[in-house]
Structures are given as C-alpha cells and as structure tokens.
Design a protein around this ligand. Structure first.
Ligand SMILES: *[C@@H]1O[C@H](CO)[C@@H](O)[C@H](O)[C@H]1NC(C)=O
Ligand SMILES: *[C@@H]1O[C@H](CO)[C@@H](O)[C@H](O)[C@H]1NC(C)=O
Ligand SMILES: *[C@@H]1O[C@H](CO)[C@@H](O)[C@H](O)[C@H]1NC(C)=O
Ligand SMILES: *[C@@H]1O[C@H](CO)[C@@H](O)[C@H](O)[C@H]1NC(C)=O
Length: 502
C-alpha cells in the first residue's frame, strides 16, 4: 500500500527544493567523534517517515514492531540520479503484542520498499511535508518455521528440547532449543537482529537462547548457533532455563539477549552483542550492567554446522546521569574492529516518560580490547565484572558518543520533538535497528545514509494479534529516521558486498 498519490509527492518535493542533489548544510548541528585517530562526522537528520500503528500485514495481524531488526535485501539498493535512493528493507518484529503476556505469534519478517528523498534544508518542515522524505510501502510477509516445517511461536520458553542425536555431525542437528512447553514443543523466538546473506538466507539473533539462527529465503530454519556457557541462561543447578519471565542464576538476563547482530561481509565474521551484562557480570541491576559481551563467529563456510567462536570482547555501555546502563539495542559493522552501537533509554512515544535523555548511534572500537574467547571467562563461574566491577586483566572496547536521535534542532527540521506533549510528532521510545548504505555523492565518497526503524511494541488502539482484536491504549506509529554520516574507515567494497551491489 502507498500513502501518497504521485501528484502529491511531486508537489511536495518541488516545495522542498531538492533541485541540487547532495547539497549539504554546513552548520553547528554537525557533530564528530574520534576513534582510533579517525574522525567520524554526523551531518544530521535527512529523512523521516512512518507506517501507521494500525497497519495490517498480509496474515491479517497488525504489522507492529518493525524496527527490532532491519537489513537491505541483497541487490535492491539503488542511488538514483536525482540524489534519492531506493531499496527493499527486510524488517523483523519481535514476538508480537505481548504487553499482557506472551502470545503464540509465529516469527516473521516483512519486506518493505523504501524511497528516501533526503532533505538537506535548514528550514523546519511541518510534520506533513517531513514524512514525504521517507516513503514506505509494505510488500509481503515471510513466516518462519522450525525443523520439519513446524511453526515457531512467541510464547515464553518454559521448556527445553534436548539437543538432537548426532549432534554436532548431523547437519540438521540443533543444540538444546527453547520451546513453549512439552505439550506445545514449538521453537520460541524473540527476534532482535538480522543479517541478509548473499545466498538469500538470513541470520536472525534472538533473546531467549540467546541464539543466532539461519533461515533460508523461504523462512525455513537451517542452522543454529549456541553461545558459550557463560551466556546461556542457567539456573542454580547449572541447567538451562530459557524463560524470559525471571532472570537466570547465570547467563543473559531476561529480555537482554542478542539485540545486536552484524556481519563483516569481507572476512565473513558474524558478530552478536548482548543488550547488557550477563547476570554474573552485574546484569541483575541497571546500575551494574554496563559491561556487556560481543561475540564473533566464523561463518565463511556455509556447510559447517557449528560456526566456531573466534572472538569475544567486553564493551562498556554508556551510563545515564543516575549511573544506570543505557542498554544497547543494535550494533552495525563499520570496519574491522569498529562498530556502531544503538544505545538508549526507553523514553519517548510509547515509553514511561516523554522526555528521552539518551538515544544514540555511538561508535566503539575493539582494536585494543582483550579477546577473552576460549578462556575461563566462558565459564559462568568466572565473571568478567563481578557486581559490575570489571576484572582488571581485561581491557574493554573504547566507546564514544556519536549521533544523537534526540537533538531538538534536528527533530524540529522534520516536524518532530522530544519531551511533552505526547502526540504523533513525539519521537518513538524504542529504536532497535541500524542499516548503512552509500549516499553515492562523488564529492563525499565516505558519506553513508544511516537508517534506523523504531519498534512500536505493536501499540495501537485498533490491533489484531494472532487473529484477535486488541486495544493497547495508545497509537505509536512505526517511525523511521535517516541520518547522513561520514565514515572514513569504511571499505566501500564491504558495504557493497553487504548490500549485494555488483
Ligand atoms: C527521484 O526520482 C525517483 C524516480 O523517478 C522519484 O521517485 C523521486 O521522487 C525523485 N526524487 C526527487 C527528490 O525528486
Ligand atoms: C523431525 O522429524 C524427524 C523424523 O520424523 C524426527 O526424527 C526429528 O526429531 C524431528 N525434529 C524436530 C526438531 O522436530
Ligand atoms: C524454568 O523456570 C520456570 C519458572 O520461572 C518454570 O516454570 C519452568 O518449568 C522452568 N523450565 C525448565 C525447563 O526447568
Ligand atoms: C506525556 O504527555 C502526555 C500528554 O501530552 C501527558 O498526559 C503525560 O502525563 C506525559 N507523561 C509524563 C510521564 O509526563
């Protein structure tokens, strides 16, 4: 479906004076970050759009939470001669509308066509004109299936399916899997990260395992990666319990799984990062949970059943003024050793408070950080940061602030705001996804568009969840923001490979 008639688009674009493609404003809103002696530049917000909160996808369910994870479908991204760009974005909701308890929501991904008409002007657009800068068209839904064509679910993972016989030599074998119950042995997935592969398959990271799954282009599970024991949720007897309702004794905290997933497409290394610290590393409290773990897997050989762990590092997440962790909802590969990290509070439209203090796409470097993979720290009895105090033998990543999503001047250019009042022009609370694509400006070859989609938690007053109507009490649109950034360390061949550009 399309929200604008072509003539309305044309009219508004004339008014937005796009006549000089790529022309950039140079003013005080440009911010920089320095990491490993490289200067990265944020040139500001260039696009905004949304899909209405009540939009329904082809299964009849509310589209909901499209921003848990995003990735351009390979071979679809194009820079047009007028400076606009288009592509098909594959997006992942998490586990459905679960404000009143988890639901039997089959994991799925959506394809959404995106057209970005970047706006570089300094005048403040009104909300109506601003949303013409990013046009979003829902195309289709791909449901995801466990082995044997069994549907997956979003229900809490109260039971464990034992590892399959033949593990690990049987190519169909899986490790212990989170399932809803013995009676309903459906694989339960709370998807939070997405990587598009050149063969049409997708890596999907989740919160329950926390695992990384590979699905083929039709949504069939083909591979499962289980993290080291230190990350697996275990009870006091050392048994795995995947529930998200309670924190385990060791391992990932409830709902703090692999929010971040990204690929180094040249070296074929897949990276996943926990939203915040494991329980033994201080993850049981916001004031001690900043030292999270980044893990790396060699995925160069798609025929290997169990990709091997090739790296693990500690990343220090930013802290609020009260000393609480700004947990990380996404990471994105920039160049070997350098990543973007989307760390934030939960305030804004749909959040507890209207005033968001921290929503950033930051940068971190693991160039000097200690690689702890394969050491005693992979055993849950050896914390890296007991009660949140980092072990002195570990050098963590270097983390620097970069792009703020809650810059009042930048939001105002697109008819948006932070803080009271709460209405459709208030920035969404939960941003959980990042994608990079080249601007294609010959004068600025290091410039990239940074796309981010919000997760609205399926909040609408007119919803359908697994066929049943619901009213979440608030309409939170699925907002999309696009920034223009200069990333001098990026190898253009890497981004082209990630996007499937020949
Ligand atoms: C650029 O061209 C595309 C394709 O014709 C069109 O859809 C888009 O609106 C144009 N952008 C601008 C800013 O005119
Ligand atoms: C799939 O089906 C095969 C053959 O019936 C069975 O042995 C296997 O346990 C099933 N696997 C799962 C995960 O259901
Ligand atoms: C996990 O813990 C929950 C209680 O939090 C319990 O209901 C469930 O049975 C446990 N699952 C396993 C596999 O022990
Ligand atoms: C957010 O704004 C709305 C209306 O604009 C107001 O009713 C609500 O109390 C505000 N929330 C907080 C936590 O201040």
């Amino acid at each position: 479906m399309v929200w604008l008639s072509p003539s309305a688009v044309l009219l508004s674009l004339t008014r937005l004076s796009f006549s000089i493609p790529f022309k950039l404003r140079q003013d005080s809103s440009v911010t920089t970050a320095i990491l490993d002696d490289v200067t990265y530049t944020n040139k500001g917000l260039v696009g905004f759009g949304f899909i209405p909160s009540d939009f329904r996808e082809s299964t009849g369910d509310t589209l909901g939470g499209i921003g848990s994870a995003i990735a351009f479908k390979q071979g679809t991204y194009q820079v047009l001669s007028n400076g606009s760009v288009t592509g098909t974005m594959v997006v992942h909701p998490d586990r459905g509308f679960n404000v009143d308890g988890t639901v039997d929501y089959q994991a799925r991904q959506f394809e959404i066509d995106i057209l970005l008409n970047p706006y570089y002007g300094s005048d403040n657009l009104d909300f109506e004109d601003a949303q013409k800068t990013v046009q979003l068209t829902y195309k289709r839904t791909i449901l995801q299936f466990d082995r044997n064509d069994t549907k997956t679910t979003g229900l809490d993972a109260l039971a464990v399916r034992p590892a399959q016989n033949g593990f690990p030599s049987d190519p169909l074998a899986d490790p212990e899997m989170p399932i809803a119950s013995e009676d309903e042995p459906h694989l339960t997935i709370d998807a939070e990260g997405l990587v598009a592969n050149s063969d049409g398959s997708y890596w999907v990271s989740d919160e329950y395992g926390p695992y990384i799954y590979r699905f083929d282009a039709n949504g069939q599970l083909i591979q499962t990666i289980q993290p080291p024991a230190a990350i697996l949720p275990m009870d006091k007897d050392g048994d795995i319990n995947f529930t998200s309702d309670d924190d385990p004794t060791t391992g990932r905290a409830g709902n703090q799984g692999f929010e971040g997933l990204t690929l180094d497409p040249i070296n074929n290394v897949l990276y996943a990062m926990l939203q915040s610290a494991t329980i033994q590393d201080g993850g049981d409290d916001k004031s001690t949970s900043r030292y999270t773990r980044l893990v790396a897997y060699d995925v160069s050989d798609p025929t290997v059943t169990r990709p091997s762990l090739v790296g693990e590092w500690v990343v220090p997440l930013p802290l609020s003024s009260k000393g609480n962790t700004e947990a990380c909802s996404e990471i994105h590969f920039v160049s070997p050793g350098i990543f973007l990290a989307l760390s934030r509070d939960g305030d804004g439209r749909g959040g507890d408070d209207n005033n968001s203090k921290y929503k950033n796409a930051d940068l971190f470097s693991i160039a000097q950080a200690t690689d702890i993979h394969g050491t005693d720290f992979d055993d849950p009895s050896n914390p890296i940061a007991k009660k949140g105090k980092l072990n002195k033998n570990i050098t963590p990543a270097e983390y620097v602030e970069f792009v703020s999503f809650v810059d009042d001047d930048q939001l105002a250019r697109f008819g948006l705001h932070n803080d009271d009042p709460s209405d459709e022009t208030l920035i969404d609370a939960k941003w959980e996804s990042l994608a990079l694509a080249p601007v294609g400006d010959p004068d600025f070859p290091d410039d990239y568009f940074l796309f981010t989609f919000a997760d609205n938690d399926f909040m609408t007053t007119d919803g359908i969840s697994v066929g049943q109507p619901y009213d979440a009490g608030l309409d939170v649109d699925n907002q999309v923001l696009v920034f223009r950034v200069t990333l001098p360390s990026v190898d253009p061949a890497s981004v082209e490979k990630a996007l499937g550009i020949d």
